[in-house]
Design a protein around this ligand. Sequence first.
Ligand SMILES: O=C(O)CCC(=O)C(=O)O
Length: 284
Amino acid sequence: MADAEGLVLENQDALSGDIASTYKKKAIDGVAPQADALAVFDRDGYVVLKGLLDPDRLRRVVAATRACLGPTGRNSFEGFRTQRAYALLAKSRDLDILAAHPQILGFLKARLHSEPLLSAFLAINIRPGEDQQIPHYDDGFYNAPRPGPVQGLSVIWALDPFSIENGATRVWPGSHLWPNGREPGDADASIQAVMEAGDAIVFNGALWHAGGANTTTDQFRLAVTAQYCAPWLRTQENMSLSVPPKTVATLADPLPSLLGYQIHPPFMGHVNGMHPRRLLEEKA
Ligand SMILES: O=C(O)CCC(=O)C(=O)O
């Protein structure tokens, strides 16, 4: 590819580097995770990070999330008694923090990629009487050999306290290392991620998990999940079409990059031979 004003490729060596001229590759900036948190993540496939949102922030996030909720799910995966709301970055600025929290960015950089993509960003409100979700792992779409390199990293933000009774996420510790074809069975130990509102569970996209059953008659379990993937993979939600460019033009870094306004060097993700960020210049 050669374009005097865009992505310039002068010789074969350039294929291994960043050939963008105006918008150079920019790693996300986050808070580096504690070594013990990384060790737990590597061993068990997940770690719970506590108290990431101050009370005022939490109040605003909860209000914004509730305002996005609509009808209950259309299948057993979404949950017939669970409300889901997708494309959250098109709907509220109060939720930006959940997609780009510094502690989460640090984790992404340490364990996924320095320029990840946001694959999915949705609210999940498990209501009384909901059954446990089908166990699954979020990287299942990629049909890759297991175990393998980290391809995705998922976060579930507790916006209500998560309890055993109201449907705290169930995880199978260590299952990120299971081979292809192995699924959770009765003999496999699982735990539920009991959390306070404002905590988040961060897990490897290869970890088997499921939304828990809500056995209460009167409690909701509100969450937002942010799922990320390596920049060469397809995202679950088509973010380019979910969030209008005029909205993306207003977002703080690294949200445009997380939404796909980035180049994976040398030129994956270009638009008509140009860096996608140029589209935002026209909208700003
Ligand atoms: O709600 C939960 O706890 C888990 C949801 C989930 O894993 C999903 O829908 O992909």
